[in-house]
Design a binder for this molecule. Structure first.
Ligand SMILES: [Zn+2]
Length: 294
């Protein structure tokens, strides 16, 4: 069951961006294509097995293609973090490249998965689980009241964070979602974008901006998720449709996508002690997410 009411959640692009920002705070601005330093491999015949746990994933394994290791799994086996993962978290090369969490996920998941094939919400769930198991359930972060600008500190219990799963009623047999656009009345079929899809979009957008070419991030996102328009799966037809999409339709589709996609509910509400304004936001998840407070 999911409850989208008051859902102020982080879009994958925003999360990615936020993670980069957090990482930059620690290691300085990003440089071009740094080569990550190698992480020491765990000894293979040490005779010691790192204990494992299960992390529930919001996709519940529903949207993965046949043959994917996480197909049909509502939870995945993850190793407890060791000094090996601590080395990953302090690896400046990974931080600069923005792949810190990807490397961490690769390291703790027992199944051999390509992180780019995973859905961003499932990655969030694995990260959340790793944080809980290694540094405890309490997470403290700072914010600022949007009404009176007083700084505040907010603590959340990570065990109480809900997963936003997808009701079977809302998905087709193809693991897609069908949306009718409010103005054009077009019927659009969308699929869930993997984190690899999101990475490609970011890359495309950056590349085009660099070359001073026109680019719309929204249009790129639509291209990654729309698989048919009025039942027509032709790529040129879809691309043509996207380039002429009405803003109201485009906004509606984006909103529907946010509601559709499985994720970890990182939203929080903080009542300001000074003016009692209710601040709503997304819990900041950066590299310092893994810093123990003690
Ligand atoms: Zn306030």
């Amino acid at each position: 069951m999911r409850n989208n009411e008051g859902r102020t959640q982080i879009s994958p692009e925003l999360l990615e961006q936020f993670m980069k920002q957090q990482e930059e705070k620690i290691v300085g601005p990003q440089s071009e294509a740094p080569t990550p330093a190698p992480v020491p491999q765990a000894p293979t015949n040490s005779g010691y097995q790192v204990p494992t746990d299960f992390a529930y994933i919001p996709s519940e394994g529903k949207f993965y293609p046949e043959g994917h290791p996480w197909k049909g799994k509502d939870r995945v086996e993850v190793r407890y973090m060791t000094t090996r993962e601590e080395d990953i978290l302090t690896n400046q090369g990974y931080a600069k490249a923005g792949v810190l969490f990807d490397k961490l996920i690769e390291s703790v998941t027992v199944d051999r998965v390509d992180v780019d094939s995973l859905f961003p919400g499932d990655k969030n769930a694995v990260i959340l689980n790793a944080r809980k198991n290694s540094y405890g359930e309490e997470y403290k972060f700072a914010g600022i009241c949007s009404n009176c600008l007083t700084e505040f500190e907010h603590t959340i219990n990570l065990s109480e964070i809900d997963l936003l799963t997808v009701d079977d009623d809302n998905i087709t047999n193809n693991n897609t979602c069908v949306v009718e656009l409010p103005v054009s009345k077009k019927i659009v079929e969308i699929k869930l974008a993997t984190s690899g899809d999101i990475k490609n979009i970011t890359k495309q957008v950056e590349l085009r901006k660099k070359h001073k070419l026109h680019v719309s991030e929204t249009a790129e996102l639509h291209k990654a998720m729309i698989i048919s328009v009025d039942g027509n799966p032709d790529v040129n037809h879809i691309s043509n449709f996207i380039s002429q999409m009405l803003i109201k339709d485009s906004k509606h589709l984006k909103k529907k996508y946010e509601e559709f996609k499985p994720d970890v509910d990182f939203s929080y509400v903080h009542s300001c002690t000074e003016c009692s304004h209710e601040n709503r936001g997304g819990v900041p998840i950066g590299a310092n997410f893994f810093w123990a407070d003690d």
